[in-house]
Each structure stands twice: as C-alpha cells, then as structure tokens.
Design a protein around this ligand. Structure first.
Ligand SMILES: [Zn+2]
Length: 266
C-alpha cells in the first residue's frame, strides 16, 4: 500500500482520501479527447501541537449540480471516513486552507461547512476571480458560501504569502487560477510540499504540459519550474492531490520531461 504519513520534526502529516473522480480528458486538457481520465482527491491533514490543519477539502458530500454529467465520483470512503480513520472528528479541525475555489477542492469546507471549530483560509485574489466567472462556473459556486463565511466570521481572506501557523506556510503560485496557493509544511530539512493544482499529478511534473483549465498557462509553467526546483533542492516530499496511487513522491530533474516523481515507499 502506498505510504500516507510523513513525520516532519514535531509535525505529523497524513494524506487523506475523498475517492476518485472520472471525467472526459477534454474537461482537464481543454481539447476534445474521447479518453476518460481519473483523479483522486488527497486532502492533507497536518497535526501540529494543538492545531489540526486540513489543506483542501475534496468534492464534498455530493457532486455540485453544475458538474453533473461531466464528472462522476466513485468512492468507497469519503474524506470524513478518512478523517475518522486518522483518529479525528470534524470538531478537532482548527484550520482549513483552500488552495483555490474549484469544487473538487472546497467541497467539505463550504457546502455546508463541516468543521464547526475551524477558520477557512483562502486568498482574496481567488475570491475576486471567482466573482468574475460565469454564473454556472465551478469557482463561482463557491462565492456565496465564502461570503457567508466572511459575514459569520469563519472565513478569512489572505493577501499573499502567509504563515498560517508555525510550520504551515502558504505561498501564492498562480496560473491554474488567480490566487492559487501551495503549502510548505514543516521547516528546514523537515519540509514537505503540497502543490495543489499547480502540479496535481505525476504527469504535471512536466512544466510544458499546459492544462486547458489553467487560466494563465505561462504563469503556471514558470511557477511549476520554480517550485519543483526548490522541492528538489530541499529534498522535500511532494504531495500530489489528484494522483490516484503514487501521491507521495520525491522529485528529480529529468532532461526531457522536466521532473519525474519517485514514489516514497514505507
Ligand atoms: Zn483540482
């Protein structure tokens, strides 16, 4: 079985599971390809002292109506089951970090909010972008719940790179969307990287792979190279949100493909 925990000094990281989505490749690569692709949703749980941090939040209890017919979810267990297996309840979560507002990243955090004691963090730029999206767009669906969260005090907007708590630092790396943030977990040599949708699966370790869903492909490419170079230099394990099996890898430069991911085994 693939390894799903990391010890980073005093910080323990667990990689959770919210099942698999299946969609036409065209929905991801932006061309009319008949092939189906599948992606996992591996949210990350960070245990640090009295804090319990969830980074990204899966598709949620059910597929949003706007995505019906285009996406299908298959799961034996959900993020909630996976959280329970890790020995925690929804009440234990103190911080939720959203990399961006696509529905496959915010589901359990916003619709409805499932973590009664948590503050949900996202970038102001991500909300601003979502407000400008067409009515039925996935990101636009997140605007009303985020606005409610801001009014009720359980949502907080960030303006750029921020240390959420010691050992959890978000960094804005746009391209897939505006205000898209990645997370560095731990410090010094004991550090791991959550790339979110900047490089969500092994094939994306190739910086030249341009996803049709990236709003700024050039920025995505530049950020992918910078971030993966830093991960390689620091020897940081990389957590790949949408990779079904080898979701925990070390990256190394590979001439033609940019980078390759080497699975970390037990
Ligand atoms: Zn995604």
């Amino acid at each position: 079985m693939a390894r799903n925990t990391l010890d980073l000094g005093d910080i323990k990281v667990r990689i959770l599971d919210d099942g698999i989505f299946i969609t036409d490749a065209g929905n991801v690569f932006g061309e009319s390809r008949k092939a189906k692709i599948r992606g996992a949703m591996h949210a990350v749980l960070v245990e640090s002292g009295d804090s319990l941090v969830l980074i990204d939040a899966g598709f949620g209890p059910e597929l949003p109506e706007a995505l019906e017919g285009r996406y299908e979810i298959r799961r034996d267990k959900s993020l909630m089951d996976s959280l329970e297996e890790a020995g925690h309840s929804v009440e234990d979560v103190t911080h939720v970090i959203l990399s961006h507002l696509d529905p496959d990243h915010v589901g359990w955090a916003l619709n409805p909010p499932d973590f009664p004691n948590a503050t949900v963090y996202l970038q102001r730029a991500a909300l601003d972008e979502a407000r400008e999206m067409p009515e039925k767009d996935g990101r636009r669906l997140a605007v009303p719940p985020v606005e409610r969260g801001l009014n009720e005090g359980w949502c907080e907007l960030l303006d750029g790179d921020t240390e959420i708590l010691p050992g959890v630092r978000v960094e804005v790396r746009s391209g897939h969307s505006e205000g898209h943030q990645i997370a560095w977990i731990g410090s010094g040599d004991d550090v791991a990287l959550f790339t979110a949708d900047l490089a969500p699966a092994k094939i994306w370790l190739n910086p030249d792979l341009i996803a049709g869903v990236d709003t700024d492909p050039e920025a995505a490419r530049k950020n992918r190279i910078e971030v993966l170079t830093e991960a390689e230099e620091r020897g940081a394990p990389v957590i790949l949100y949408h990779e079904p099996n080898d979701f925990l890898v070390k990256v190394r430069s590979a001439d033609e493909k940019g980078f390759e991911g080497v699975p970390i085994e037990d």
